[in-house]
Design a binder for this molecule. Structure first.
Ligand SMILES: [Zn+2]
Length: 346
């Protein structure tokens, strides 16, 4: 018998007794002479509930009362059993739902306070998966963070990206260490996703972090907050392709998360200009379901910063000493664009 079972035994007894008292009150059948019998029948119903469920409790309450009252009213007993059965079903469904959505909080094991730091941060996230989630801080996984990337492909892709002016200038935005740009390489696969990006507001005075959504509280004291952009990367999604193809793909993914989903960077720039309201508005701009408004704008040539980055990436690739050619980048871009082609006509 488990501990939780033992605990619920007294609950079952109480439940049966209270239910039977309620039934007798409803039937105006509660009098001094039979109150102990009613309590006993209720408790017996509770025992039935504990071992067999609500349906058994209903049957015991019904037939027990019929016996006590010498009415042989077993029709009522059957009715109680049916009601008990329905209650069982509903409770089981409710419990299953409660189990499904149990809010297990995600925990970052972050000994070096990586996520509280500002500037550009490279991290490796080891996921001890309790339950998978892509929702970062509200997620259901335990994440152990260590500094720097561990995957060779990720290290090379970052190195390659850094050789472009667009990417380098972007990192410079975080050099003054006001905001943070976290690149978190993970050891998860993510159903074909190579990266995600999200943005939090971090308080510099207490432990609270927020998503900027609909929260204007920051505006009273903006200097107490800074942006933390988190780009999560899933290099293991590419395990079965050649190393140089992985590097080219990951370099494109870095661009995708920063320059196609560019609102995070634009928000930081606005915040730095003191345009706090505009910054929050920008961050809250709707990127569409799964980022599709952003993807569509990119496909229609309106994410010029991404196009510029790709152009530079191609130019730089050959001289990178990583064995990547501009053709590898071109192929990676082609494959990247393929799933978004349908957005061209939307
Ligand atoms: Zn996207």
């Amino acid at each position: 018998m488990t501990e939780t079972k033992e605990k619920s035994f007294s609950r079952s007894l109480l439940k049966g007794t209270v239910l039977n008292l309620g039934l007798q009150l409803a039937n105006r059948n509660l009098n001094k002479n039979n109150v102990w019998q009613i309590l006993l029948v209720g408790a017996a119903g509770g025992v039935g509930d504990y071992f067999l469920g609500n349906a058994a409790m209903g049957a015991i309450l019904g037939s027990g009362n019929a016996l006590v009252n010498k009415t042989k009213d077993f029709e009522t007993a059957a009715k109680y059993a049916a009601i008990g059965g329905a209650a069982d079903l509903l409770l089981n469904v409710a419990e299953a739902k409660a189990e499904e959505f149990k809010p297990t909080k995600s925990k970052y094991t972050d000994p070096k306070n990586l996520l509280k730091r500002t500037g550009v941060i490279l991290a490796h996230g080891h996921y001890d998966i309790i339950r998978r989630s892509t929702y970062g801080e509200n997620g259901l996984a335990q994440i152990e963070l260590t500094e720097n990337f561990q995957y060779k492909t990720m290290i090379s892709a970052f190195e390659l990206a850094q050789k472009t002016k667009t990417f380098k200038d972007t990192l410079t935005l975080f050099n003054n260490k006001t905001h943070s740009l976290v690149f978190m390489e993970t050891d998860l696969t993510e159903n074909g996703r190579y990266g995600t990006s999200e943005c939090f507001m971090m308080s510099t005075t207490d432990e609270y972090n927020f998503t900027p959504r609909n929260n204007r509280g920051f505006l009273r004291n903006p200097s107490n907050y800074h942006f933390s952009i988190r780009v999560k990367l899933f290099p293991l999604e590419m395990e079965n392709i050649s190393e140089k193809k992985q590097i080219a793909k990951l370099a494109v993914v870095l661009g995708h998360e920063l320059f196609i989903h560019s609102r995070h960077l634009e928000a930081v720039k606005l915040w730095e200009l003191g345009k706090y309201t505009e910054a929050l508005d920008k961050e809250m701009e709707n990127p569409g379901f799964d980022g599709n408004i952003d993807h569509k704008l990119y496909m229609q040539g309106q994410k010029t910063i991404m196009n510029q980055y790709i152009k530079e990436l191609k130019n730089i690739a050959a001289s990178s000493k990583l064995g990547i050619s501009s053709y590898d980048i071109q192929t990676a871009v082609y494959e990247h664009d393929k799933p978004y082609k349908y957005l061209l006509n939307q």
